[in-house]
Design a protein. Structure first.
Length: 225
């Protein structure tokens, strides 16, 4: 559990969190929702999604639940079955997630209860959030999680940055993620650092640089060979 987490409003009006002991934000201060939409929904979910009936997603770093909420919204539009597995070592206190403003930023009034359902879902088992959206939150460090083989179509890699968590951006870590993915599965992440792309390539991915959201020149999409 991080100490003294602060809630910050980013430039698009959506909240993010700041962790003083790491000097890191959970999202871009230029816009949290804007960033997550760009990297994980547009470059990941929508890019991958060619009307598949069922998609298995793995997220590293559940955090505020923003990526889960945005993916839920997408899945409702397309009436698709989503199995969403997310790994989180340090879950947020209830007091924090109750104050986060994401559900109110969308027109749908049901999203407040969906957002709370996502946060209150029990750990380490699949739970129905909506008719088509099943969520499995794993309360563990990614280093310690045993992942299934050839399971995931899509990975949202959203750990803290390589500057503060270098061990989460190594060839060894990405090889573990690659083994859990299907062939031609897609991983997206906000980092476009050379060491990240080299580690991805060395662990069985082909990488593409794609334009980033405001405030970030490039991000990375990796395709599992
Ligand atoms: C950049 S933030 C995640 C942002 C999140 N996807 C969101 O939309 O709020 C990184 C997250 O990774 C979690 N984390 C840090 N170290 C971890 C580890 N070793 N294994 C799993 N999760 C970790 C943090 O607690 C934090 O929630």
């Amino acid at each position: 559990m991080y100490k003294n987490i602060q809630i910050i409003k980013t430039e698009d009006g959506s909240h993010t969190l700041f962790v003083p002991e790491l000097g890191e934000h959970y999202h871009s201060i230029h816009g949290a929702v804007q960033e997550s939409m760009h990297i994980f929904i547009d470059a990941g979910f929508r890019y991958f999604n060619n009307n598949f009936d069922k998609i298995d997603i793995l997220e590293i770093g559940f955090g505020t639940g923003l990526n889960a909420l945005l993916t839920f919204i997408e899945s409702e539009k397309n009436n698709q079955e989503i199995n969403y597995t997310t790994v989180e070592a340090f879950p947020l206190e209830e007091e924090i997630y109750h104050k986060i403003n994401y559900p109110g930023l969308f027109q749908d009034k049901n999203l407040s209860s969906i957002f709370l359902k996502i946060h209150k879902a029990g750990w380490n088992k699949f739970q129905n959030i909506g008719e088509n959206f099943k969520l499995n939150k794993i309360h563990q460090k990614i280093e310690d999680v045993i992942l299934p083989k050839n399971e995931f179509d899509l990975v949202y890699y959203d750990a803290f940055s390589p500057d503060v968590q270098p061990s989460l951006w190594t060839e060894k870590m990405f090889a573990k993620i690659a083994r859990s993915m299907k062939q031609n599965g897609i991983l997206t992440t906000y980092s476009a650092k050379g060491i990240v792309k080299r580690a991805l390539k060395a662990s069985g991915f082909r990488t593409e640089n794609i334009p980033g959201p405001p405030g970030k020149r490039e991000i990375t999409r990796a395709i599992r060979k």
